[in-house]
Design a binder for this molecule. Structure first.
Ligand code: PGA
Length: 254
């Protein structure tokens, strides 16, 4: 049985005051969620103060990216060890904005995943196709390639979550239908089984991401291979994020 996992991806949003307000709201709604794992992935500059805000809750802290070298002359970068020291449990790697806005390649992402796990961070590894790839019937080819480039047998699967995020659904208000999401999630799990064996594949969480909202979360999370979500826009409103967390709680044991 997999525990659903909901992570909020703040992206490049919130100053310190807004972040504190959001955390206050979240603490009031779901300080100690049961039957679901919850994380908030904040900008680097907010990690330390948000870690303090989360003290005494069961909500974990995450980052949205890291560099693969441990230290050195890499102006502007942040290492996985630095994230760990700032209180992070999780790090998102391979988000579509990193791939498509910042040109991160499979080769770089593989190094980042390895570095993050070596630092003891749990990786949320994102995969997903562009609209034109879906329209050309290439969804499975694309996600398979993104998995092959990074998900090698040597990884620590106890520190791994996959997030399937169709790029055309991110921040667009267009969500994959539950059937579309389930079809890709089942494909991803079958591929994971080929790499890690069926026991591990059945234990790994595969989050759905892309315009998850309180109004569609329950339906998406009820799909057999959807184990919670990676939530962007809706995680910036405490009540909406809490409603999504509750939808995940209710999907547990499905
Ligand atoms: P969204 O973002 O929920 O705003 O679509 C999801 C994500 O990019 O992780």
């Amino acid at each position: 049985m997999r525990t659903p996992f909901v992570a909020g991806n703040w992206k490049m949003h919130n100053d310190l005051a807004a972040a504190r307000d959001l955390m206050k709201g979240l603490r009031a709604e779901v300080a100690k969620p049961t039957g679901v794992d919850v994380a908030v992935c904040t900008p680097f500059t907010l990690l330390y103060p948000m870690g303090k805000e989360l003290d005494g809750t069961d909500i974990k802290l995450g980052a949205q990216n890291c560099y693969f070298e441990p230290k050195g002359a890499f102006t502007g970068e942040i290492s996985a060890d630095m994230l760990k020291a700032a209180g992070c449990t999780y790090v998102i790697i391979g988000h579509s904005e990193r791939r498509h806005v910042f040109g991160e390649t499979g080769e770089m992402l593989k190094k980042k995943v390895v570095a993050a796990q070596q630092a003891g961070l749990h990786v949320i590894y994102c995969i997903g196709e562009l609209l034109e790839e879906r329209e050309r019937g290439k969804t499975e080819t694309v996600v398979d390639q993104q998995m092959k480039e990074v998900l090698t047998p040597d990884l620590d699967t106890s520190l791994l979550t996959i997030a399937y995020e169709p790029v055309w659904a991110i921040g667009t208000g267009k969500t994959a239908t539950p059937d579309q999401a389930q079809a890709v999630h089942a494909f991803v799990r079958a591929k994971l089984s080929g790499i890690y064996g069926s026991d591990v594949a059945n234990s790994l969480r595969i989050q759905y991401g892309g315009s998850v909202k309180p109004g569609n979360a329950a339906e998406l999370f009820s799909c057999p291979d959807v184990d919670g979500g990676l939530v962007g826009g809706a995680c910036l409103v405490a009540g909406d994020f809490a409603a999504i967390i509750r939808a995940a709680q209710q999907s547990a044991g499905k």
